[in-house]
Design a protein around this ligand. Structure first.
Ligand code: ZN
Length: 351
């Protein structure tokens, strides 16, 4: 018999809203909704108006036209002439490079150590062309940067890698680039996760993230698949309006544990998700890769990815509204269990 007992609680509350629907001659109509509690942090998320938001097609190829493009410091040799360099004590050559990827300091730093990885030489790289090589090289130099910072300033406990891709995500330049930080202040999400992961470990004697993978794999509702040691799930509470996928590296705790094999597993998982996104006409996303402090075994490294879209391309309404911005409440129109079934096919095939 399969053991499905677990200290992790997946709590949800159903609700419905009644109104007289003008589309149905004002018949009494009910719209279902659901509120879920994040099983780690207890923070809630709303699932509403399922299917109400559709990803909008972006005019990707037109972004290269000179009248649209404007000045891009990441293009051509400007990436060497118009971007900053690190002081010699960090990198003697000033920058890090691998393949097409080039890592530079952020001219507008978000934190004490703040880098940008220019991922490719091309200004516009559609999802189909964001291949495994580009991902591997970009993540490799990002990880190398964070490891280097950790060695020169071990007092900063958190290491993060983020990515805004295309305008709906908040990306200021369409030229693909990632952000890397070493910080004492990893943001409210990670701070909550850290505190609750520690409490969970203390109370139950197991790592939450390993237990989450175990129970999701057994229950088979939100478990998408694995790429060797990494496990990919549809999040029970989605931080994005069109769903969220989380990739967990159960045995990786701090940046120093993250090796080339893990980077390769990460790139493989992301490529599979990109294939799914292409088929779903998703053109934009945010990602985050979180690493905890060293000398702990309760917070495993994990990667989050959410699609982003304009609500429409007529006036470019954002998919972030008062709910997320002011109530700090995620709203999602895609059920994780439904999305999971769709994405699973991309993890079993050779996408
Ligand atoms: Zn460019």
């Amino acid at each position: 018999m399969v053991d499905i007992s677990t200290p992790i609680e997946f709590k949800q509350v159903e609700g419905k809203s009644l109104f007289l629907d003008p589309r149905k001659e004002y018949q009494l109509t009910e719209e279902k909704l659901q509120v879920r509690y994040d099983p780690l942090t207890g923070r809630t998320g709303h699932f509403v108006r399922l299917g109400a938001v559709k990803p909008q097609r972006l005019p990707i190829e037109s972004y290269s036209n000179p009248e649209v493009k404007g000045f891009c410091p990441f293009c051509s040799d400007l990436r060497y002439r118009a971007t900053p360099k690190f002081p010699e004590y960090i990198f003697p050559d000033g920058r890090l490079s691998k393949g097409e990827a080039l890592l530079i300091p952020n001219l507008y730093p978000y934190d004490v150590y703040s880098a940008i990885t220019i991922m490719a030489t091309e200004h516009v790289v559609p999802l189909e062309r964001l291949n495994e090589k580009i991902l591997l090289d970009s993540f490799s130099i990002g990880v190398a940067f964070l490891k280097r910072i950790k060695s020169i300033d071990p007092s900063l406990p958190y290491h993060l890698m983020d990515w805004n891709y295309m305008p709906p995500s908040g990306g200021g330049l369409v030229h693909p680039h990632q952000q890397c930080f070493a910080t004492q202040f990893p943001g409210n999400q990670v701070t909550d996760e850290m505190r609750c992961s520690k409490a969970f470990y203390k109370k139950h004697g197991v790592n939450y993230w390993k237990e989450l993978v175990r129970i999701e794999q057994q229950r088979d509702k939100r478990y998408i698949g694995s790429t060797n040691s990494s496990h990919w799930l549809a999040s029970f509470v989605s931080l994005g309006v069109l769903g969220e996928i989380i990739g967990i590296f159960p045995d990786v705790y701090s940046i120093d544990d993250f090796n080339e094999a893990h980077i390769s597993e990460l790139a493989s998982g992301i490529r599979r998700i990109f294939s799914y996104y292409v088929d779903k006409n998703i053109f934009s996303f945010n990602t985050s890769l979180f690493f905890g402090p060293q000398d702990q075994e309760f917070f495993s490294a994990h990667f989050r990815i959410i699609p982003r879209t304009f609500l429409n391309t007529r006036d470019h309404a954002s998919d972030l509204c008062f709910y997320q911005a002011l109530h700090q409440e995620p709203v999602c129109v895609v059920m994780p269990e439904v999305m999971c079934k769709e994405v699973r096919a991309y993890f079993t095939g050779k996408n």
